[in-house]
Design a protein around this ligand. Sequence first.
Ligand SMILES: C[S@@+](CC[C@H](N)C(=O)[O-])C[C@H]1O[C@@H](n2cnc3c(N)ncnc32)[C@H](O)[C@@H]1O
Length: 245
Amino acid sequence: MLEQTADSTGVKILGADMFRFAVKKERISDSAYKQLTLSEFTKAAEVYETDKAGVYKMCKKDYPDVLAELEKEPFTNLLDCGCGTAPMLTLLHEKYPEKHYTGIDLTPKMIEVAKSKNMAGVELVVGDCEKLPFAEESFDVVICCQSFHHYPNVQDFFNSVCRVLRPDGRLILRDMTAESDGVRWFMNNVEMRVINRTGHGDVHVYGREEVKNLCDNAGLILENFEKRGFYRLHAVARKPAKTQD
Ligand SMILES: C[S@@+](CC[C@H](N)C(=O)[O-])C[C@H]1O[C@@H](n2cnc3c(N)ncnc32)[C@H](O)[C@@H]1O
């Protein structure tokens, strides 16, 4: 996430900048984060699934783990939050064309590219994952890959997911994380500030306790949280099943 210049002087200047941003604790407004995200992914949309995707190529590493997690339980209706150009929905649609898929993304250009794939049975919507525009209990499973670190009001996202999931439904999350509190502090207070300056709308990288609190507050049960491979968060949360009276 951190851009470094190869030149040693450049690294020194970047180091000084990072220190200044961390000490000043500048606060970016929610709408400014979303504007950064919109501008970042409007530029990225055309190249996102090509060999010119740059840093976004790393997102592909999440898809096999999401697929393996999904295949542990049957599902019919799936929602992909922050679906982008819909690479994960494309993979799922090819493998299980009979299921019903919905993708939502804040960036109209990402949805435009996703729609150009003309996938039957895949509904694609421009919208904000902090306020999901879907009926209560309408999905068996919600997935969210490399997106929720962009949400300034992340609790609203978890609350919204809990509302749209059917009882006993699952949320599968993939993102960045680090086990060490110190490393996460550095990522959130220094690295994020630098990458915001370079036009990226990243807000926060989460640890286990933070994800657990977000789930608890939303009424979801965090069943699994792992750090996998290179700074990868893999988590599964479940909406409680309805109890028989
Ligand atoms: C790194 S891309 C990930 C795309 C896709 N999930 C993948 O794994 O390849 C992050 C996506 O999250 C979307 N996003 C960021 N904030 C959002 C929000 N509040 N609501 C919906 N989508 C959002 C961005 O527009 C972008 O398409």
